[in-house]
Design a protein around this ligand. Structure first.
Ligand code: FAD
Ligand code: SF4
Length: 469
């Protein structure tokens, strides 16, 4: 049979996954890496469509069929060079992109034969190449003498720095945390993304000439005007950090935690980073997590690994309507999380601390303006659940810095930074011509691959603005 019909004989095979009863007590990543043979076999299932929809569905438009073909032919170094041309963090996106909603959803083989395992192969390529000493080819890069400051070492800032360095621009990245990565390090838990992966990327960026200054809060430790005076341009990739509060009666009781401080405290604990914030440990607690997004799933699965007595996740719509990844929901179910679908919280109860939560069953009605069906509470269905700890994971709002307005960095009514559109001369430029911005602080709380894309596009825009192309 021709190689092009390999997908008929060879089924889709994801990398090996740790058994749920083993992994639910460990923080390490649950998927292992393909061997070179497995990667070549799975990559070889790609039928090399003339019009690769997967490329269009991928926000950074990775050259997916091209690097799949290179891997099928055993050409790892070439595949790594190509993969890193369109994506600044391919080994990270390969792990945590919701592939089932992005590239793999558009694969021609999806459905009937099973989509090509694009994410797992993308991860395999850069992980394996880095282990063999891969470093981007910078032979044609010459120093332009231009200097750019990047505020925020999350995926938007790191991707902006990567593209700027590849264009001969000197880059200084500032972050208030003790490590680079932003939410990659302090939000997303190790079982989805081990922190050693981010440390390897840091080594590559540093070798490319990117300089990191950490534990520095811009606007507090260093005034923003100092950066404006010192650099030819500034990129802001500062994320969104205001957790949406529940507004429920009782939500200030001891034992009620917001999702991000909870996850940050767990990351600090595991990374041995000293912090003013106490470690929040769910060992032996009956935990209720409110929400249905990726953050809620990460809280569920962190609590179970900390040894919680039980973890229940309540969401006001049904399982099909969660805003997060279905793959992560399945992982949580496998690890023993008890889901209560169609439940809306009414009140957190307790005298001196949390003792439980009152919920009401909902029924989904008509779709709202965003196409999501509205949950309607059903009278007479109230119930009380005993609990020792509640975690609120209702998403994030913008957290604009108080110095933005003073420097003509304009925000909309929702607090997100307003930037020029992709059809303008300088996409991602703010109302201050010298300042560019991207990632969650511009589009709102979203996905890593979107932050990567916007950091890269803003860098290209800065290169144009500086007259370098
Ligand atoms: P961030 O990652 O938030 O980085 C911003 C950086 O700016 C931070 O390091 C911060 O310290 C720094 N900073 C801010 N202000 C200052 C200042 N004044 N001075 C110095 N430094 C400053 N996406 C996925 O694709 N897949 C997932 O599985 C996934 N899971 C998630 C799980 C959780 C719990 C959360 C919270 C998010 C998740 N996301 C996921 C979303 C993803 O993490 C974000 O969309 C992405 O990190 C946004 O990147 P960013 O660079 O815009 O901001
Ligand atoms: Fe798929 Fe994300 Fe990789 Fe694009 S970056 S190919 S969407 S896994």
């Amino acid at each position: 049979m021709s190689e092009i019909f390999k997908f008929i004989e060879l089924a889709r095979q994801d990398p090996a996954k740790l058994a749920a009863n083993v992994r639910k007590r460990r923080f390490e990543e649950i998927y292992s890496r393909y061997t070179s043979h497995q990667a070549a076999q799975q990559a070889g299932r790609c039928i090399q469509c003339g019009n690769p929809y997967c490329e269009w569905e991928c926000p950074v438009h990775n050259y997916i069929p091209d690097w799949l073909k290179l891997i099928a032919e055993g050409k790892l170094a070439q595949a790594a060079e190509l993969s890193n041309q369109t994506n600044s963090l391919p080994e990270i996106c390969g792990r945590i992109c919701p592939h089932d909603r992005l590239c793999e959803s558009a694969c021609t083989l999806n459905g009937g034969f099973g989509a090509v395992t694009i994410g797992a192969v993308e991860r395999y390529i850069t992980d394996s190449a880095i282990d063999l000493g891969w470093f981007p080819d910078l032979t044609n890069v010459t120093d332009t003498g231009k200097q750019v400051a990047v505020i925020g070492a999350g995926p938007a800032g790191l991707s902006c720095a990567d593209v700027l360095a590849r264009n001969g621009v000197r880059v200084d990245v500032y972050d208030r945390y003790a490590e680079i990565g932003g939410l990659l390090t302090f939000g997303i838990p190790e079982f989805k993304l081990e922190k050693a992966v981010i440390r390897k990327r840091r080594c590559i960026l540093e070798k490319m000439g990117v300089n990191f200054t950490l534990k520095v809060d811009i606007g507090h430790d260093i005034p923003f005007e100092t950066l404006l005076a010192q650099y030819d341009a500034v990129f802001l990739g500062m994320g969104t950090y205001s957790g949406i509060e529940s507004g429920l009666p009782g939500d200030k009781l001891p034992g009620v935690n917001m999702a991000l401080p909870y996850l940050v405290s767990s990351a600090n604990h595991l990374l041995n980073i000293a912090s003013d914030q106490a470690f929040i440990n769910m060992a032996d607690q009956r935990v209720v997590v409110l929400g249905g997004g990726d953050t809620a799933m990460d809280c569920n699965r962190t609590a179970i690994r900390q040894g919680a007595a039980s973890v229940t996740c309540a969401y006001r719509r049904d399982a099909d309507s969660i805003p997060g990844s279905h793959r992560e929901r399945v992982h949580a179910e496998e690890e023993g999380i008890n889901f209560l679908w169609n439940r809306q919280p009414l009140e957190i109860i307790g005298r001196d601390r949390v003792e439980g939560i009152r919920l009401i069953t909902t029924q989904l009605g008509d779709a709202d303006a965003r196409g999501r069906r509205r949950p309607h509470p059903l009278a007479g269905t109230e119930e009380t659940l005993e609990a020792d700890a509640i975690i609120i994971a209702f998403g994030f709002r913008a957290s604009p810095a108080d110095w933005f307005a003073q420097h003509t960095v304009t925000t909309g009514d929702n607090g997100l930074v307003v930037t020029a559109g992709t059809d303008s001369d300088y996409p991602f430029q703010t109302n201050n011509p010298k300042v560019f911005a991207g990632g969650d602080m511009v589009r709102g709380s979203s996905l890593v691959v979107h932050a990567v894309n916007e950091g890269r596009q803003a860098a290209s825009s800065i290169v144009q603005y500086l007259g370098l192309s």
